[in-house]
Design a protein around this ligand. Sequence first.
Ligand code: BDR
Ligand code: CA
Length: 327
Amino acid sequence: MEKREIIMDCDPGTDDAIALAYAAAHTEELKLLAITTVSGNQSVEKVTVNALRLAEFYNLDVPVAKGMDTPLTREPVYASKFHGETGLGQCVLPAASRKAEEEHAVLFLHRLLAELPEGKKVTIVATGPLTNIAMLLKLFPQVKKHIREIVFMGGAAMGGNVTPTAEFNIYTDPEAARIVFRSGVPLVMCGLDATLKCTLKRKQIIKLCQSGNPAAGLCGDLAGYSLENTSNKYRGEVSIHDVVPLMYLLHPDIFKIQSTILDVDCSDGPARGTTLCDFRWWEHEEEEMDAFILMDADGTRFQEELITDIYELGERIKRQKEEGMHS
Ligand code: BDR
Ligand code: CA
């Protein structure tokens, strides 16, 4: 089977960092072409440093390009409580030997996609605000033919996490989300309706931390930070939101999927950043319901898949390190 080629546009971020681990664990099925970064959980400078370090830690040999440093129309508001001042909680990773690309992420994405052979398509997995992707689609609409789909973490059909109705990634840059939603590119929205069910529990996190496995240790520490420093500590579990788009690509059977028409509130009122999911099939032609949304998830399956794969990644990292020492 041909590998699905993906680009990860992200803002690591504790859960973005675990999503990168999950991508690294699946190099058999997913070919990661590049990582692009965007202002979101922390400044674009910080999340780019994190992406470079994480890529090296997971032995991912991919280019990293730094993208937009603010949302399209507003000042950034970072998620320091959830992700810490560096974006990676209290984890300190070794400095990366590789540098970010010279090119801005939007230009880098354009070049990467424009150079693909006719008929070739790539999946964009977006786990931060949609600022880079909106810029790409506005400036270079001709690359749409090379985008198979955009699978993004963001939004919610019901209930937000930064306001009563808005989710962080979409709330941070609703104008960008609107450009992406109206672009005509196939969309899969992995919003809070599903990601809130996709958690790691405290006991599982403690086990990861104590395992002596490098990937598990890191992912345990990252998840543990977001668990213990937020109200999740009373919940006893924390959502690993950003793994969900990748989990959907590999295990769609874990999710309940519905088709919809997506829009977003870009007003200055209390609903700013709320995703509007129109399920009224009787009002629309079937082909207008052109976006998919994950409405529910099997949390136990999610945990089993994620934990197993993180351990396997860690074992591989250990082997590769030993082989490196002996060569
Ligand atoms: C999303 O917001 C960010 O803080 C996380 O990294 C995730 O992408 C969840 O609402
Ligand atoms: Ca994120």
